[in-house]
Design a protein around this ligand. Structure first.
Ligand code: C2E
Ligand code: CA
Ligand code: CA
Length: 734
């Protein structure tokens, strides 16, 4: 039977106290002895009665600990209590007997400050009531040494030498009676700790031993066994610097024991949260779960950190965590992730919702695979442009961006950045896909006091933006819409141009090379915005990739049909790759040709055909069957088609790209290339057009090479319809 005594301390909660009861039960099991757990009512009860009991093990307050030590008890552990710092003042004499003066409660600090130097059997300790008194007695040399709180000492600022300062978080002792508890074995060195296993522990009872150290190690051993597959784990023993680390820890951290001995624990790790640490291995990061305890070892207090490698679990956990909050397609945050992130942010900012307008169109036209790649590219771009923001994909074609802002001006900055993302078409394989977005914005905390509301209000703004047409930006707070107006969007322009009939077609004649008489016209689109002419380079990419392309084509056909009849001349229409894919194309063309007196020429760029050669050929073959249609390949030489493929396609005319015509004059090689191209096309029985002819020199060379038609500024710029009638009259007179 072992008596285990404890007194509830003022700071001890009921729960903490329960822990000791539990501990005594555990101890009882471990040493296979019945333990009688004794408690005192309170501190005074303890002071009065402790020497009547003198149990085998005592969880003692500082004062009692001191008294117990005088009774032959040895301290086996110090228990964390409060943050205290002490100074030992006076002068430590070389003589055998010294007097120490202290206020009751600080007695325990004596061994902590001067553990080895003070022999308690030869030390006279005097208690006083006030710390001030301690200082005065030392000053007047009534005592050799005094112990006081550092703060008190500093405040009184006496003229006494400080022997030592100590900072401690411990004030309680776990004491054991020298004769009462024996263990068979003792840990002789740090290395020995590893030898402890269940058996060792059971057999250890009976030899004088630092029981606490053993218990601690056993506890860790048990923990490791319960929670992890590896029954023993890495441990480090340290006191400021590392004193010892076992092999498992050396392997884990990638340093040898010699290397470790110069290091502090803080050099090796960073706390993530209580008990969990990020550890710095030589070239990588590992994760560990750590338990720290004080240990009394060879008459000194050291600390032991027992670590369990949880790197694998941590990585797995991270992946799982990430999977939960990330969108697998774009690896942006998903809605859950966005909420989590924003709750952490809680900073003044704006929530911007972006919805891709023509996504269904893209899905249908380019297929799901391309649409997915497109979303990935959008995500990539948003992330890059909005690196200061939290970016998420919260719906199939909806993105959310939260940007911290300190002032309103930054809103414009972030909106411009977002707009930049969508300015240019995205390149997917050989396609260029233009995206249109609507944007809804709400500000935090101005428009909402929590994240849910903020999202809801940004959604409201987005719905409004959608209803106002493609490319619109709307703020939840309408007063701020003027920011949106600052961002001019070509997509709105196109929508407006269609609605308000602002598209006009200029006509550029092309001429027979032989006699320079007009052979026909090419229609080239412009937007007339209140008398200002906007050229296709500003909107054609956007137009060709928007769902408006079909409606636009109908308008174009109607106008061109009208011009053909009025001028009684063949006129070309430029079609895009997306026109070629449209099922309604053939019908639209058929309808148009029914009503024309002269042929309609269809110009399609070489690149548009090369993208999907088979499908293009199929459509072209069908177009070819329609009467009064001439097929013309535009920009020849830029799409890398082979001349032999020209043979398989039903083209009538090949337009040699402007770049060849430009290069021809200065570059001899280019000249012979153009000459050869013309000859080869002639051999295929096709007609050639040289476009972009700007100089006489070019004209004369091309005439010499036997090109069929000439087009370019030298002879005429594209003209508004009204002017074409005039030049036609002149043409006939000449
Ligand atoms: P494109 O079909 O290759 O048209 C020729 C472009 O070269 C036109 O530019 C024309 O104005 C310009 N050009 C003509 N002669 C000369 C010259 O001597 N020197 C120079 N430097 N340029 C000359 P524009 O009108 O700006 O059109 C640009 C492109 O926009 C066109 O290239 C065509 O791909 C596209 N585009 C124009 N109208 C339409 C249309 O109605 N529908 C479609 N889908 N695309 C169109
Ligand atoms: Ca053209
Ligand atoms: Ca061209």
């Amino acid at each position: 039977m072992i008596n285990f005594a404890i007194c509830p301390h003022d700071t001890e909660t009921e729960e903490l106290f329960k822990k000791w009861e539990f501990f005594s039960e555990e101890l009882s099991l471990k040493i296979n002895k019945k333990i009688n757990f004794i408690t005192f009512k309170d501190y005074y009860d303890e002071l009065e009665n402790f020497d009547k009991i003198l149990p085998d093990i005592y969880y003692a307050s500082p004062v009692i600990a001191y008294k117990l030590q005088k009774n032959g008890y040895i301290p086996i552990a110090k228990i964390k209590d409060q943050f205290d710092s002490f100074v030992l003042i006076g002068k430590l004499k070389e003589k055998e007997n010294i007097t120490v003066i202290t206020v009751n409660l600080e007695t325990h600090i004596v061994p902590l400050l001067y553990l080895k130097e003070i022999d308690f059997t030869k030390t006279k300790i005097t208690y006083v009531n006030k710390q001030k008194e301690v200082i005065e007695k030392v000053k007047r040399k009534k005592a050799d040494i005094g112990i006081v709180y550092k703060e008190v000492f500093d405040k009184l600022n006496p003229d006494i030498k400080i022997i030592k300062e100590a900072e401690t978080k411990m004030s309680h002792f776990f004491m054991v009676k020298k004769e009462s508890l024996y263990l068979k074995k003792s840990i002789l060195s740090f290395e020995n700790i590893e030898e402890i296993n269940e058996q060792y522990f059971k057999n250890s009872y009976n030899i004088n031993f630092e029981i606490d150290s053993l218990f601690k190690v056993k506890e860790f051993y048990d923990i490791s066994k319960t929670f992890y597959e590896i029954p023993f784990i890495g441990y480090i023993i340290f006191k400021n610097k590392i004193l010892y680390a076992n092999k498992i820890f050396q392997d884990f951290i990638g340093y040898s024991l010699d290397e470790l001995k110069n290091k502090k624990l803080s050099d090796l790790r960073e706390r993530i949260y209580n008990g969990f640490y990020k550890c710095y291995r030589k070239n990588s990061v590992k994760y560990a779960k750590c338990f720290f305890e004080k240990m009394f070892f060879n008459g000194d207090f050291v600390e032991i950190a027992v670590i369990v490698d949880i790197t694998k679990e941590k990585h797995l956990e991270e992946k799982l965590e990430e999977a939960k909050i990330k969108d697998p397609l774009t690896s942006l945050y998903n809605l859950d992730g966005f909420f989590i992130k924003l709750n952490l942010e809680k900073h003044k900012g704006v929530l911007i919702l972006i919805d891709i307008n023509n996504f269904t169109f893209i899905n249908k036209t380019y297929g799901k695979y391309s649409a997915d790649i497109l979303l990935q590219k959008v995500a990539e771009k948003l992330k890059k442009e909005c690196s200061k923001s939290v970016v998420a994909r919260i719906g199939s074609d909806e993105f959310a961006i939260f940007r911290r802002i300190d002032n309103e001006k930054e809103i414009l900055e972030v909106l411009e950045k977002i707009h930049n993302c969508f300015k240019k078409p995205f390149k997917i394989a050989s396609e260029k896909i233009k995206i249109f977005v609507n944007t809804g914005i709400a500000a935090y905390p101005e428009d909402a006091n929590n994240i849910e509301n903020l999202l809801q209000n940004a959604s409201t703004a987005l719905s409004l933006a959608k209803s106002e047409g493609m490319g619109t930006i709307k703020f939840f707070n309408k007063k701020m819409d003027y920011y949106a107006d600052k961002i001019i969007l070509s997509e709105t322009l196109i929508e407006k141009a269609l609605k308000e009939d602002m598209f006009v077609f200029y006509l550029q004649p092309y001429y027979y090379a032989k006699n320079l008489k007009i052979a026909g016209f090419e229609s080239l689109v412009r937007i007339n915005k209140n008398g200002k002419v906007i050229y296709p380079n500003e909107f054609i990419d956007v137009l060709e990739n928007s769902p408006f392309i079909y409606e636009f084509r109908k308008t174009a056909l109607k106008k061109i049909q009208n011009y053909i009849n009025k001028l009684n001349m063949p006129i070309s229409i430029n079609l895009s790759a997306n026109d070629l894919k449209d099922k309604n194309l053939l019908n639209d063309i058929k309808k148009t040709v029914k009503n024309i007196k002269q042929p309609l020429t269809i110009e399609i760029t070489e690149r548009a055909i090369m993208y999907d050669m088979l499908r293009a050929k199929e459509t072209l073959d069908k177009l070819k069957k329609i009467s009064n249609i001439i097929l013309s390949m535009d920009d020849f030489g830029t799409g890398y088609s082979s001349l032999s493929s020209l043979k398989d396609l039903p083209f009538d005319i090949i337009k040699i790209d402007i770049s060849f015509i430009r290069g021809m004059v200065k570059d001899k090689k280019m000249r012979s290339v153009v000459k050869n191209i013309i000859n080869l096309i002639k051999d295929l029985d096709l007609k050639t057009v040289a476009e972009g002819v700007e100089t006489k020199e070019q004209l004369e060379l091309l005439q010499k090479f036997g090109v069929d038609y000439i087009q370019g500024y030298l002879l005429s710029k594209p003209l508004p319809f009204e002017e074409t009638e005039k030049i036609l009259k002149n043409d006939i007179i000449n």
